[in-house]
Ligand binder design. Structure first.
Ligand code: NAI
Length: 255
């Protein structure tokens, strides 16, 4: 049975996914700050390395699937933390665990992005390329000065999506498929905190998808499970929006 590592396993989408995967017979290695198979703080390089080392021990060196779901929202204590968890941890975990998957047939990975990545103008902001060029010091300085958690969140989610797309050749050579799921609204603690935030609460509550509701974590877990599975065997480097139509509503002519 496949061995699958999932970050952000203790809550929300990650917790729903772990339950679904266990039901399907996967051996799941959950990674989170606490209450997980691997307890690690992914906001630092040391925390990521500890998580990678412990996953490799628990998985006995080979992994079939990886899902990077851990993330923090606009209510995080700082914009730097948003970049650290939502971008730099993802980059480190992808690099650190590719080798363990490359020996496995049908290996695949999914990164959780966000529809926030398509916010107008974010693609032109220098912080995105600073992240992608792995210039952590410059990205952190830029985002600290901007003091804009929404830019940090949308920028980090755009950067992870672009990172995945830039890895298609390297990962295909290793025989590992890699895709992004970009959710819209998912009813989780992260989303609830955003709706209650003094700065972003009203806008968050008013931003409703054409489908007329937010989603449940299980609805996102279903999409991630599909992308991991052999049913998605020709899908690689793609960004799948599971957002009730938000992306199409915001930029109908682009995809
Ligand atoms: P959540 O808050 O329920 O779960 C996130 C998990 O990540 C938590 O268990 C948390 O402990 C973990 N995490 C955060 N920082 C960590 C760190 N430094 N080290 C280890 N683990 C850490 O949130 P949710 O909604 O399930 O979010 C999952 C992913 O989905 C995130 O990447 C989020 O940005 C993304 N997303 C969520 C949306 C929503 O509306 N809920 C919309 C679009 C994207």
């Amino acid at each position: 049975m496949p061995i699958t590592a999932v970050t952000g396993s203790a809550s929300g989408i990650g917790a729903a996914l772990c339950a679904q995967l266990r039901n399907e017979g996967h051996t799941v290695i959950g990674i989170d700050r606490a209450n997980a198979d691997v307890n690690a703080d992914l906001s630092t390089a040391e925390g990521c390395q500890q998580a990678i080392d412990e996953v490799l021990v628990q998985a006995d060196g080979t992994l079939d699937h990886l899902v990077l779901c851990a993330g923090v929202g606009v209510t995080a204590p700082s914009s730097e933390l948003i970049l650290a968890v939502n971008y730099f941890a993802v980059s480190r975990m992808l690099d650190g665990l590719l080798g363990a998957m490359s020996q496995r047939p049908d290996a695949s990975a999914v990164v959780v992005g966000s529809v926030a990545s398509v916010q107008p103008g974010i693609n032109k902001h220098p912080v995105v390329e600073q992240m992608l060029s792995d210039d952590e010091a410059a990205a952190m300085a830029t985002i600290k000065e901007a003091n804009d958690p929404s830019l940090a969140y949308g920028g980090s989610k755009l950067a992870v999506s672009l990172l995945v797309r830039r890895k298609v050749r390297e990962w295909a050579k290793q025989g590992v498929r890699l895709n992004v799921v970009a959710p819209g609204v998912v009813e989780t603690p992260l989303y609830k905190a955003s709706t209650e935030d003094a700065r972003y609460g009203e806008a968050t509550r008013n931003f409703v998808a054409p489908i007329g509701r937010g989603s449940q974590p299980d609805e996102l877990a279903n999409v991630i499970r599909f992308l991991l599975s052999t049913q998605a065997s020709f899908m690689h480097g793609t960004v799948v929006f599971a957002d009730g139509g938000m992306d199409a509503m915001m930029r109908p002519d682009r995809f």
